[in-house]
Design a protein around this ligand. Structure first.
Ligand code: ATP
Length: 236
């Protein structure tokens, strides 16, 4: 089943055309990655999918419905969750309170408690630090918290914006392992990354974005082995 279909999407900020006629899809159960350099338009695509930016043209179908006309809150309630670039945990709130914010749309206490248990099982480090102010976590732990918070809404589709950005190598590996684990548990993932090597290694399929356009697509393996990708993103 096609879970997400982006069709002829364009996004402009005034005179700047950040995304130009982009089309791609994500099937249920896949990890799909969009890779590209700084400013290629990755974040703009993600923010448009989650309803934070309005497209200048095109359509986005999530489980068959055009979501460009639906408010962001409703999109989250329908099972789509985003972990924004730069993580954005709530400073001044504990780890636990941050996770509770992720469940704000669900009023079912038992369900929330069960989800919290699952998140702690996946991120034991968060449980150890549950009463600690989120601002005092390391970068890698904050990324885990942002992912855990998104998982509290039990998403069908998880959008991740550069989860490895600025992290120490040991955390980078851990984050990519966790993404694979999330996929195994049945969540579909759209992963935006500058770390093309790691992203393509775990992705079923990928798309390469250059100045707002998709220039290449294929399986993760095909793209990892392609000369163009090796030259442009993997250092030759
Ligand atoms: P990065 O990896 O640096 O986040 P990206 O691939 O995610 O890059 P976008 O953030 O989508 O790229 O930006 C695409 C283009 O749109 C860039 O040229 C950027 O300067 C421009 N842009 C993004 N947001 C805005 C905005 N709010 N107003 C004006 N221009 C913007």
């Amino acid at each position: 089943m096609v879970m997400l279909e982006v069709k002829n999407l364009s996004v402009s900020y005034g005179a700047i055309e950040a995304v130009k006629n982009v089309s791609f899809e994500v099937n249920e159960g896949e990890v799909v990655t969009l890779i590209g350099a700084n400013g290629a338009g990755k974040t703009s695509i993600l923010r448009t999918i989650s309803g934070l930016v309005k497209p200048s043209a095109g359509e986005i179908f999530y489980v068959g419905n055009d979501i460009t006309k639906i408010p962001a809150r409703k999109i989250v309630a329908d099972g789509l969750a985003q972990v924004p670039e730069g993580r954005h945990v709530f400073a001044g709130l504990t780890v636990m309170e941050n996770l509770e914010m992720g469940a704000f749309l669900k009023n079912n206490k038992d369900e929330n408690a069960a989800n919290l248990k699952k998140v702690f099982a996946r991120f034991p480090r968060l449980e150890e630090r549950k009463n600690q102010d989120a601002a005092t976590l390391s970068g890698g732990e904050q990324q885990m918290l942002a992912m855990g918070r998104a998982l509290m809404s039990q998403p069908k589709l998880l959008l991740l914006d550069e989860p490895s950005m600025g992290l120490a190598p040991i955390f980078i590996q851990e984050i990519f392992d966790i993404i694979q684990d999330i996929q195994k548990q049945g969540t579909t993932v759209l992963l935006i990354e500058q770390n093309a090597n790691k992203a393509l290694s775990i992705a079923d399929r990928g798309y390469v974005l250059e100045t707002g356009k998709i220039v290449l697509s294929g399986t993760g393996k095909e793209l990892l082995e392609s000369d163009e990708v090796r030259k442009a993103y993997l250092g030759g």
